[in-house]
Design a protein around this ligand. Structure first.
Ligand code: UDP
Length: 320
């Protein structure tokens, strides 16, 4: 990636999208972020308002769009938490299909490189553990998570079709659970929920017995992996996640330790189709990109503490 370059980030007002905008600006790109602000927040780039290399366009990528010449398209628009994509199921399906096709068309028009944020949800409730990129997954196509899972699987298929048919220079990142500052406090994901509850002295809501597992990647590690993938020549999917696996009960314990909270744990019903285990095999990312995460869960939670503390102190009415 050399010369004067302009990058488009769809979903640029979201958690990952806004961190990606920051990283691309640091890399010397000028950045145009587009977002319909369904789940993103323009306050995520308040700090960029006076940066002449950054612009924000509030628009709906489910309609064909054109924001001028770009050298790179990063397609990150999509509700990403189970609570958000359940509340916005049809919007999730639309952005993963129409939005993805429109973003691919932008890349095709300008002969731009293209990277899509896909997901570990492509593996569904996996029967293979840890999950390698070659695993085809175990996905319920009609369950409550299907709006997200199938939208992302369609997005991957569309991306590969543009690569094969139009020779588009594409990349597919399979992103596993990621956390850090700028996550919406109320998006329902486990780390914001636990941090909010611990910091407010409320009970931590563990769904099911808490023995289901996830593998959490701190946002700066994730963005570094995504940038390395963007610079690589790999067109097939690459897992970008932290391979250290925790049960949800262990995650709750880490949050209690970092926040020094005395909150108790309260078990609640496990949501339908909640994957029992999830851990990326990152051999491919290690070999191909020379990348692996550096920040362990406890360190990442400490790095996120100020953000979550401020967010948790804000009045409920000020939250999304
Ligand atoms: N979870 C939980 N309590 C919460 C929120 C989530 O026990 O308050 C569990 C959830 O059931 C799942 C895991 O934490 O097993 C991760 O959930 P999250 O919504 O963060 O994302 P997912 O990995 O399921 O997409």
């Amino acid at each position: 990636m050399t010369g004067p370059r302009r990058a488009l980030v769809t979903g640029g007002a979201g958690f990952l999208g806004s961190h990606l905008c920051d990283a691309l600006l640091t890399e010397g790109f000028s950045v145009v972020a587009v977002d319909n602000l369904l789940t993103g927040k323009s306050s995520n780039f308040d700090h960029l308002r006076h940066d002449t290399h950054f612009e924000f366009l509030q628009l709906d990528i489910n309609q064909p769009f054109d924001c001028g010449h770009v050298d790179y398209v990063f397609h990150f628009a999509c509700p990403a938490s189970p609570v958000d994509y359940t509340a916005h199921g049809i919007a999730t399906l639309k952005v993963g299909s129409l939005g993805t096709l429109n973003a691919l068309e932008v890349a095709r028009k300008y002969n731009a490189k293209y990277l899509i944020s896909s997901t570990s949800e492509c593996y569904g409730d996996p029967l293979e553990h840890p999950q390698k990129e070659t695993y085809w997954g175990h996905v319920n196509p009609i369950g409550p998570r299907s709006v997200y899972d199938e939208a992302k699987r369609f997005s991957e298929a569309a991306t590969m079709a543009y690569h094969r048919t139009h020779k588009l220079d594409t990349r597919i990142a399979r992103i596993f659970n990621t956390y850090g500052p700028r996550m919406q406090l109320n998006d329902g994901r486990v780390i914001p929920n636990f941090m909010k509850q611990a910091l407010r002295g409320e009970e931590l809501t563990v769904y099911g017995d808490g023995n289901q597992t996830r593998s959490f990647c701190y946002v700066s590690d994730e963005i570094e992996g995504l940038l390395r993938l963007a610079k690589s020549m790999e067109h097939l999917p690459v897992n970008v996640g932290n391979p250290v696996e925790f049960t949800i009960l262990e995650c709750a314990e880490r949050v209690l330790a970092v926040t020094q909270s005395k909150s108790k744990i309260r078990h609640q019903p496990l949501p339908e189709d909640d994957p029992r285990q999830r851990r990326p095999d990152i051999t491919k990312a290690r070999t191909l990109l020379g990348w692996e995460p550096k920040i362990d869960l406890e360190t990442g939670l400490r790095l996120s503490l100020d953000y979550f503390r401020k967010a948790a102190e804000e009045k409920t009415s000020a939250q999304r």
